[in-house]
Write a protein that binds this ligand. Structure first.
Ligand code: ZN
Length: 276
């Protein structure tokens, strides 16, 4: 879970790129985007990323801004979530002998002005599928799964932008703690098609792209590398770090920051993953 020198350098480049894009268009002066103070903090964070004698141990950042549009601080938050999740996983692996982990990932394409509606829709759809109160409404198979195999979930949403088709997507990722009877007993196993049907029913006419379901093996999955992917949340800054067109960069940032102001729920937990 460590970050190499090259990756830190990429994050630094990203920070500086975002700072310069915001600065050139005087975005900080326009509310409700960054306030002058927020921008000052962000720029300070970008500029104090000091690689000292090319040694990782000497990488310092004296003034972390802790903002989600900051590639460096976002990466740090992501690492913290990974460690947190890994701790819980290791704890329950010791205490629940038949525990396994199931990952579910799907995305939907969304129009820019529908991002917020769709964040809410994805959140409520997910809740309907796993929550106790709505079990009655679930199809039989899903109900069996929730009743007999499900132990908890850690779920994130991430808004991303595709530079190729110029569209926004929202990705839902979830790590489920499950009992291994899910895998061994046909009556509990929910295949990809069934998961898709369940989500599609909730998401109505939003077409699901990229549905991926996977589960850990008993012994082969000791590293839990997938947590890096499954703790990503809020906004995907990687397209911005690749984009060249300043106007496009600012446009995407503006979209991200506008959503950020609404304080949506990008991370939620349930069952044994619940954060008190
Ligand atoms: Zn920062």
């Amino acid at each position: 879970m460590d970050i190499g020198l090259k990756e830190w350098q990429e994050l630094l480049k990203g920070s500086l790129k975002i700072a310069s894009a915001l600065e050139s268009l005087r975005i900080p002066l326009e509310e409700p985007l960054l306030t002058k103070n927020q921008f000052k903090k962000f720029k300070k964070c970008a500029n104090t990323f000091v690689p000292d004698a090319n040694e990782l141990s000497n990488f310092r950042r004296a003034y972390p801004c802790n903002m989600r549009i900051c590639p460096y601080c976002k990466k740090k938050q992501n690492l913290t979530s990974q460690y947190y999740l890994l701790d819980i996983i290791n704890y329950f692996k010791k205490n629940i002998s038949d525990i396994r982990f199931l990952t579910v990932k799907l995305s939907i394409k969304t129009q820019k002005d529908k991002i917020e509606d769709n964040i809410n829709l994805l959140n409520s759809s997910f809740r309907h599928i796993v929550s106790l109160s709505r079990r009655k409404a679930l199809r039989k198979k899903m109900k069996e799964f929730v009743n007999k195999c499900y132990l908890g979930y850690y779920k994130t949403l991430e808004v991303t932008y595709n530079e190729k088709d110029k569209q926004y997507y929202i990705i839902l990722r979830s790590v489920f703690a499950i009992k291994q009877n899910y895998i061994y007993e046909d009556r509990y196993y929910v295949d990809t098609n069934k998961w898709k049907k369940c989500f599609q029913f909730e998401l109505k006419d939003n077409i699901i792209s990229d549905l991926k379901i996977d589960y850990t093996n008993k012994n082969n999955d000791i590293t839990y590398d997938f947590l890096e992917e499954y703790t990503k949340c809020a906004f995907d800054l990687t397209p911005i770090m690749k984009m060249e067109e300043k106007k496009e960069i600012v446009d995407v940032l503006r979209t991200y920051i506008n959503i950020l102001h609404r304080r949506h729920k990008f991370v939620s937990t349930g069952g044994i993953f619940r954060i008190n």
